[in-house]
Design a protein around this ligand. Structure first.
Ligand SMILES: [Zn+2]
Length: 72
């Protein structure tokens, strides 16, 4: 009897796990793609260099990069 149950449940569990793993991997890939596209290129107002958004910061209402000549 246990053998019969295992024979029915095992394939169902196999497909269920496969489905869960597949959808998990797909969402992982989707979020990775989203993250790589999300980075905005922003221009430093002093040296006019284009950098990632998180490499610039605001100072006196101006977006500046971390270079020392731009932070004087
Ligand atoms: Zn700069």
């Amino acid at each position: 009897m246990n053998f019969l149950i295992a024979g029915v449940i095992a394939p169902i569990a196999y497909f269920l796990i496969r489905y869960i793993v597949k959808s998990f991997v797909m969402s992982l890939i989707a979020s990775a793609k989203k993250n790589s596209n999300v980075k905005n290129m922003v221009q430093c107002e002093k040296c006019k260099m284009f950098l990632d958004e998180d490499e610039l910061f605001e100072k006196n209402g101006k977006l500046l990069c971390r270079k020392t000549e731009c932070n004087k």
